[in-house]
Ligand binder design. Sequence first.
Ligand code: FAD
Ligand code: DLZ
Ligand code: SF4
Length: 509
Amino acid sequence: MTRKNLIPIFGDQLSPNISSLDQKKPDDCIILMAELDEETSYVRHHKAKIAYILSAMRHYARALQDRGWSVEYVKLNDPENSGSFTGEIARAIERHDIGAIRVTEPGEWRVMAMIENWEEKFGTPVTICPDSRFLATHQDFDDWAEGKKQLRMEFFYREMRRKTMLLLDDKGKPEGGKWNYDSDNRKPAKGSERTPQPIRFLADDVTGEVLDLVGRRFSHHPGSLEHFHFAVTHEEAMRQKRHFLDEVLPRFGDYQDAMLTGEPFLWHSILSPYINSGLLDPLDLCREVEGKYREGKVPLNAAEGFIRQIIGWREYIRGIYWREGPDYVERNFLNADRPLPDFYYTGETDILCLSEAIGQTLDFAYAHHIQRLMITGNFALIAGIDPQAVHRWYLEVYADAYEWVELPNTLGMSLFADGGIIASKPYASSGNYINKMSDYCQHCRYDVKQRTGDDACPFNSLYWDFLDRNQNKLQDNNRLAMPYRIWDKMDLDARNQIRSQAKSFLDAL
Ligand code: FAD
Ligand code: DLZ
Ligand code: SF4
């Protein structure tokens, strides 16, 4: 009898054509999938995130078995479960005659370090297959980055457009004459418009069992299971995708940066958990979006805006994660060290924009990009919250959060903790921006026009105080020249009032 390949498949590798299975036949392989303490508890993930991943894993294992693969599936409450990837590999090797291990590269440094030990530990050859669900390999990204002073997403994105030929005309020029329609993605939403809602998928027996398990075992983790609505199979994720393409995408471009009270989803796709765990293929999705544009069903600012997020931002963020290395997580350019306020875990604050973004996060394990960047992220930035604590929070609370994508977005894009590798200036703003892009301020107890006094919007004093506190690190940034000129021209009295307003607010946090 020939010795078998052992193929571990992780919870974010649920793609039908995952690269570790390429060229392999069911008869030669044992697939190993495991629900693990180590993975469910390395941070306190939102309950709905754990339930989504475990249910999707169980459905995926069944689908592989239906296609003839031998899948060993270890449940979380299996008494023999060792709790770790390495422990489960060891147990599988005891049960079977294993000649080799094949695995698709993992999404994070922590797991890569484990895998790199397996060959020596088990005395078995280990092949790490590149993750073919991404357009750019690590080498491609490094080749692009090599010798560049600044790694701006826009130029990387153009490379990816050329590589995929998405939205290019037959001469290789961008559709419509411009590469980027970002300036057409900034309409504030009007409260009177009806917004499409994501499909709520009903829990089948598998999901029901998982919800029960998670409710009991992770009651101390943040978030609620009450609103659990996720697709957990490829077929369901495809249905959510169709809904997005037909009902939502046409307005995606206009309202990408908008925020509305009581409207968590607006015209966003809500597809990131499925893309990141493998239920949907990102390139196929982009080709369908392009198809909608070519059929005349969606405008160019929607199609280009969406495709840019996936083949531009998503790929670029991954490239930065692997290029910067495992110590990226320790960066703290602005030396921010304030603890994360408790309200990030309860939503209980009278700051309405924050209670809206955090409340829906705890309910749905979801907030859209501008809420993550300009509400919870902006607040953490200008209040000087410790980047490690903020990083942990984002990794915990979003159903789409895996370190490779969450960390550069949080540490780099949102908190400027990498000193400007990703963002050319900190995404810091006063209440003015929030007021322009949302209706939150109309319902808030604070007055967005005031900088000081009991009713003043906290974002206003914190914004100026942030610039003041960090002047020695930020004043040479050209893109901040204007706000620093305004700050320097303010009379001393006004500046001192702002400083003391911010100090009292931060002392009371
Ligand atoms: P849509 O608005 O419909 O966008 C379409 C798709 O584009 C998304 O599904 C996603 O796959 C991709 N995308 C858009 N922006 C980004 C980006 N900046 N980086 C990577 N992909 C992007 N995204 C995650 O997938 N996981 C995370 O853990 C995560 N953490 C974030 C933390 C912070 C502080 C910030 C500012 C952003 C973070 N993002 C993260 C990016 C973005 O906010 C989410 O991808 C998006 O909100 C997901 O919702 P959606 O599917 O409705 O997105
Ligand atoms: C995020 C997550 C969770 C919560 N649980 C599991 C699990 O029980 N088993 C598993 O294989 N994967 C899980 N994951 C996803 C992994 O953390 C992710 O696949 C690795 O970090 C590799 O990037
Ligand atoms: Fe947020 Fe200030 Fe607007 Fe209130 S007034 S919602 S605190 S930006």
